[in-house]
Design a protein around this ligand. Structure first.
Ligand SMILES: Cc1cc2nc3c(=O)[nH]c(=O)nc-3n(C[C@H](O)[C@H](O)[C@H](O)COP(=O)(O)O)c2cc1C
Length: 378
C-alpha cells in the first residue's frame, strides 16, 4: 500500500492538484448550498459502535453475498457519469481494480466506457446503471447489450427527474446542455498529466450511447439529444416495462423513503440502493444514513437494502452496515484515488477501505460483517 496516502482525504488533496478545476468541481459539488452533501457525512459521523473485548473471537471475514454472488468486501464502486472527463480512462482502471479485488463496479449509462469494454475487463462481473430510455428501440437494444455482456445486476436510477442545481457546474458551463469555455481550457493546460492522458486516451464521450447518437453533434445538440432520448422520471409503468424485459436482478437506486420502498417491492424489484446521489439532487432532503435508519426496521426482510452517499472510509462502511445496509457503495472516493494515483488509484482506494474495515472488525471482536448490527449504540 502507498504509505503517502493512508486516507481517502489524502487522495482527495492530491487529486485536486492534478484534475482541472472545472472537472474537480463537477466531481466534488453538491446541489444548491450543499446542505445535503454535508449532512451525509456529519450524520454518518454520529453513528457509534460498541466493542466487545472480553469474549471468544475466532477471526473475522469481510466477505459477503449479495444476490447469491460472493464478494470479498461489503462495498462496491458507484456509477459516475462522464468519468473519463474527471480522469482519463478511469472507468477501465476502476473496473479492473474491482475485478481484481472481487467487488462490484457499476457502470453509468453516461460514463465514458461502453458496456462491452467494461464487460471485457471485468469478466462480465460489472453491474450496469440505466437511465430510462424513452425510446423503445433504444430501451430494448441497451438491455439486450447488457444481457449479452453478461451483466447480472441492472440498476435503475430514480432520483434524477430533473438535473440538480449545481452552482459551480453552471459557472463552468457543465450544465445541460454542456459547453466548454476559455477558463476551462486554461485549467486543462495547467494540468499536464491530465491533458496528456486525455490526448492519449481520446476525448471523453458517452461510449455506451454512441450507436444511438447522430454523428458530429455540437454540445448544444448533444444536450437536446440526451433530453429527448432519456427520461430520469420513473413511474409505475416505466419500471414495470423494464421488469418485464429484464429477468436478472433489478435494483432501484435513489430511494430515500418508505413510500418508494413499498412501491419497489410491489413492482417485484430485487433490491434498493438508498442514496441521495451524493447530495447532488435535493438539498433539503434527508441524509442517506437517516433514510436508511427509517427504512431498515420496516423492510429488513422484504427486499435487499444497500446504501451510498457520504461514505468515505472503512469506519463509515461499518457504520452503514451496523444501521442495516447489506452492502454499500462509494462514488467520489474512488475518483479521488484515480485522480491522485492514476492506474494504481483503484487498487489503493480498495486497500485503504479493506485495511480500515479489518481493523474495525478486530477492534469490535465482530466475526461476520452483517453482525456489525450487534455493535450499534442506539
Ligand atoms: C460526479 C458524479 C457523477 C455521478 N453520476 C451518476 C450517474 O451517472 N448515475 C448514477 O446512478 N449516479 C451518479 N452519481 C451518484 C453516485 O453513483 C453515488 O450515488 C454518489 O457518488 C455517492 O456519494 P459519495 O460520492 O459521497 O460516495 C454521480 C455522482 C458524482 C459525484
Amino acid at each position: 500500500m502507498n504509505k503517502k496516502y493512508p486516507l481517502v482525504n489524502d487522495l482527495k488533496k492530491k487529486a485536486k492538484k492534478r484534475i482541472p478545476k472545472f472537472a474537480f468541481e463537477y466531481l466534488e459539488g453538491g446541489c444548491n448550498e450543499e446542505i445535503n452533501l454535508t449532512k451525509n457525512k456529519s450524520d454518518l459521523n454520529k453513528i457509534q459502535l460498541n466493542p466487545h473485548y472480553i469474549k471468544k473471537f475466532s477471526g473475522y471475514s469481510l466477505s459477503t453475498k449479495i444476490f447469491d454472488i460472493k464478494y470479498n468486501s461489503p462495498f462496491g464502486i458507484a456509477p459516475i457519469g462522464l468519468q473519463g472527463l474527471i480522469w482519463p480512462n478511469s472507468p477501465i482502471i476502476l473496473a479492473k481494480a474491482a475485478n481484481k479485488f472481487n467487488i462490484p463496479y457499476v457502470l453509468s449509462t453516461v460514463s465514458t466506457a461502453s458496456i462491452e469494454e467494461i464487460s471485457e475487463v471485468s469478466d462480465g462481473k460489472a453491474w450496469f446503471q440505466l437511465y430510462y430510455p424513452a425510446e423503445e428501440k433504444i430501451r430494448i437494444d441497451i438491455l439486450e447489450r447488457a444481457k449479452n455482456s453478461g451483466i447480472k445486476v441492472l440498476v435503475l436510477l430514480c432520483d434524477v427527474p430533473s438535473f440538480g442545481y449545481r452552482g459551480n457546474d453552471i459557472k463552468n458551463g457543465l450544465s445541460m446542455p454542456p459547453k466548454m469555455n476559455i477558463n476551462n481550457f486554461i485549467q486543462i493546460i495547467k494540468n499536464p498529466t491530465w491533458a496528456f492522458n486525455t490526448l492519449y486516451f481520446g476525448k471523453p464521450n458517452f461510449a455506451t450511447l454512441k450507436p444511438y447518437m447522430p454523428k458530429n453533434l455540437n454540445l448544444g445538440q448533444l444536450g437536446r439529444f440526451m433530453d429527448q432520448t432519456f427520461s430520469g422520471r420513473l413511474n409505475y409503468d416505466r419500471i414495470a416495462k423494464i421488469r418485464d424485459i429484464w429477468k436478472d436482478k433489478l435494483v432501484i437506486k435513489g430511494i430515500v423513503n418508505e413510500l418508494d420502498t413499498e412501491t419497489s417491492i410491489k413492482l417485484g424489484l430485487d433490491g434498493i440502493i438508498i442514496s441521495n446521489h451524493g447530495g447532488r439532487q435535493l438539498d433539503p432532503g434527508l441524509s442517506s444514513i437517516d433514510a436508511l435508519r427509517k427504512i431498515y426496521p420496516k423492510f429488513k426482510n422484504k427486499i435487499t437494502i444497500m446504501m451510498d452517499s457520504g461514505i468515505k472510509s472503512g469506519p463509515d462502511i461499518a457504520r452503514s452496515i451496523a444501521c442495516g445496509a447489506q452492502f454499500t457503495f462509494l462514488g467520489r472516493s474512488f475518483m479521488y484515488g484515480v485522480g491522485a494515483l492514476g492506474k494504481s488509484g483503484g487498487d489503493h482506494t480498495i486497500e485503504i477501505l479493506n485495511t480500515q474495515l479489518n481493523q474495525i472488525m478486530e477492534q469490535l471482536s465482530c466475526e461476520n460483517i452483517l453482525d456489525l448490527k450487534n455493535h450499534l449504540i442506539n
